[in-house]
Ligand binder design. Sequence first.
Ligand code: FAD
Ligand code: SF4
Ligand code: SF4
Length: 494
Amino acid sequence: MSHRTKEELAKQADEIWSGIAGRVLTPKERMAIPSQEMPTQEPEVRCRNMLEVATGFTEAQARVEASRCLQCKNAPCIKDCPVAINIPGFIAEVAAGNFDAAASVILRTSILPAICGRVCPQETQCQMNCTVGKAKKDVNQGVGIGRLERFVADWKRERGTPDLPVVKPATGKKVAVVGSGPAGITVAADVRREGHDVTMFEAFHKTGGVLVYGIPEFRLPKAIVQKEIDALVAMGVKVETNFVVGRTRKLKDLLAKDGFDAVFIGSGAGLPKFMNIEGENLVGVFAANEYLTRANLMKAYDLDQSQTPYYAAKRVAVLGGGNVAMDAARMALRLGAEEVHLFYRRTELEMPARIEEVAHAKEEGVRFHTLRNASRILGDEQGRVRALVCLKYELGEPDASGRRSPVEIKGSEYEVPIDAVVVAIGNDSNPLIPATTQGLAVNKRGNIVTDADGKTSLDAVYAGGDIVLGAATVILAMGEGRKAAAAINTYLAR
Ligand code: FAD
Ligand code: SF4
Ligand code: SF4
């Protein structure tokens, strides 16, 4: 599909809007309105800059897209949103041009709409069972709920600071929140609202978790995340960075010695998995987490300003097929790679990455090699990566995940010249806190075990997000945080 400019898309929406403005539309007329495409920077321009790829809807585009919603009575979209946003409610306000009211509807249940509107995997969540998409037999033709959520959140933010949640009078109770990712942010806000004294401890020098160090600037501008943290601080949440719970202070000491009445652990899944193949310790092999952290958190791409070194490479191989792999591949282009090759053992159909991210990566020039995987990495005399040895695969019988498993084709090895390799095959839970906290139950994958309310095996200790679910999503981490915060508030009110 050829790239349509921001101006072309805006003009098309203006024309449609002038035909429907002020009219009461029938469901048939709503179904006939074309889905409004998200405007983006031109692929050949954006692949060399860090600015946000998607540029956002105009008011007319938002109102046209909102007019596609059928306002279904049973609203399947709400059931598929982990924080149950009143989706038809806010969309009706957008269609009517009441953007402030739309923001109020969303903020009742979600505190991070500008973030979720950008990064939620909508096609497997709220948009998955949208009646419009179902009728058109194409999930991508469903109402663009995330795009509208982003529009509303941006509209509100650009017109000043959103109203802060009301904080109840001080209770004298203290809560420690470990980790400042979406789970920690949600808990800090919900517990602070009840009047408890909240301190958020973060191991890095910056808050935001994966929102800041993992998801790249070109998908989620960091200024947006910072606004959310600023709002927490304005509510009275204290933030301690460079504080590693388990090292700087043991978790149990927070309770026994520092006067905290409850602790929430939202320490995420930041432990990278490796392939365990020959050559993985060569210079020029990175875990995706490290590669992205250098670029995002340490701003390695900013050659004039940043002190962080990055590994200049012309031909970069990325191993994996999820969102992290897409982010790493697209980041490699922005760090100056001439060729980026992505290797995935199954076919594109099985790729866990969002469809939109795969499409964006392809548009930007990432070369996809499906049914292929690295078997060895070869180095030169200085111990630096010089080539990848790959194997071809075919699909066999479905495995436990229901996906057809990749089967290696014997004797299919071939060599690809490569200067750097980024391994993006997934993350495990951070092991430090369970390893330094006696009696904290974990499952065989190292995830902290909780009950339905987010309570761990220890008294007054709660957990949620990726440390419980394994690597998941922003909105699921928020949903977990919300649940645990409610349980903490009940526990402290007893
Ligand atoms: P995190 O966001 O990981 O935050 C945990 C925080 O705890 C970190 O800041 C960490 O430094 C801190 N911490 C860890 N240990 C300690 C300690 N001992 N003491 C103090 N602090 C500690 N999800 C989506 O929905 N959409 C996407 O497009 C998407 N893209 C992604 C891209 C990448 C590159 C990655 C890595 C993940 C992506 N995800 C995406 C997943 C999503 O970001 C996570 O599911 C989500 O951030 C989990 O939130 P969390 O709060 O549980 O943990
Ligand atoms: Fe959809 Fe995520 Fe928004 Fe819920 S928070 S409505 S899942 S985009
Ligand atoms: Fe609107 Fe789709 Fe939700 Fe129906 S399912 S209310 S059409 S967003």
